[in-house]
Design a binder for this molecule. Structure first.
Ligand code: ADP
Ligand code: MG
Length: 257
């Protein structure tokens, strides 16, 4: 049984069909990348999987359960986590404090005071381990507002991991990262592979081809093809799908070449 099974998903914005009978599956431990030109419907897909957007048609199954109409919170409790944008992070607190909160929230405990929270060694140990895992061990006491963009993305990943997800939904985790940061994030995701399945939306084709077990190409809300990285590389329709997309075309040609 697939960990995630998406069948015939449809999402319309008025007359415009952003997700057009889209189906995909993610196996336990698999990294399944979804690539496609700007406006293809990748974020709309992630939104429906996370529970922020309700599809007009189709079904989403997680570990066999129909989760199509479940809230974001209920999906998170089942082990489906989205790496959120920095808006969900408290900028005036340190990286460690943010991760402590995320770990604490997962454990369902209610502590109102930082000192008591940090004094709970199990919570503290887990938070420090998450910072280590996401390359932020040296930034535990850094104020989030003063951290670099790439470090914010690492922090978002740490906070998503605090929920002990079985499937991570990642919407362009490398967006706005420097080359060095992208390489680091790729290595961190690689290290999480196996213990966490991922549905990865990403524009950086080097990262996609390095990480993905399977790749689905999304064009105009439809799945054009699903295949191994080699199959996707060799497919002429994939290249054609990127023509006219200024941002993606150079990346893809670089990796396809
Ligand atoms: P991607 O993430 O692949 O760039 P999106 O899922 O963000 O694409 O958007 C897919 C299409 O749906 C785009 O044409 C976008 O303009 C449109 N769209 C996205 N969100 C909305 C919305 N809330 N209302 C109307 N159209 C939307
Ligand atoms: Mg998007």
């Amino acid at each position: 049984m697939s960990l995630l099974q998406v069948d015939g998903l449809v999402k319309r914005y008025g007359n415009f069909t952003a997700t057009d009978h889209f189906s995909v599956s993610v196996e336990p431990g698999e990294i399944h990348a979804v690539i496609g030109p700007n406006g293809a419907g990748k974020s709309t897909l992630i939104g429906q999987l996370a529970g922020e957007l309700i599809p007009d048609n189709g079904k989403i199954y997680f570990a066999g359960d129909d989760i199509t109409r479940l809230s974001v919170e209920k999906r998170a409790r089942l082990g489906l986590a989205r790496s959120y944008q920095i808006t969900s992070v408290l900028p005036e607190y340190t990286a460690l404090e943010n991760v402590l909160l995320a770990v604490n929230a997962q454990r369902g405990s209610r502590f109102g005071c930082w000192t008591r929270l940090a004094a709970r060694h199990d919570v503290l140990d887990e938070a420090l381990a998450l910072l280590e895992q996401t390359g932020l061990a040296g930034h535990a006491d850094a104020c989030v507002a003063e951290m670099a963009h790439g470090e914010h993305r690492q922090l978002e990943l740490a906070m998503a991991l605090a929920t002990h997800p079985r499937l991570l939904l990642l919407d362009e985790p490398m967006a706005g990262m420097s080359q060095t940061e992208t390489v680091q994030m790729t290595a961190q995701l690689q290290a999480l592979k196996g213990s966490h399945a991922m549905l990865l939306v990403e524009h950086d084709m080097d990262a996609v081809f390095a990480l993905a077990d399977r790749i689905t190409v999304l064009v105009y809300g439809k799945a054009l093809i699903t295949g191994s990285p080699d199959e996707i590389r060799a497919n002429p329709a994939v290249r054609a799908a990127y023509l006219g997309d200024e941002q993606s075309a150079p990346n893809l040609s670089r990796s396809v070449a």
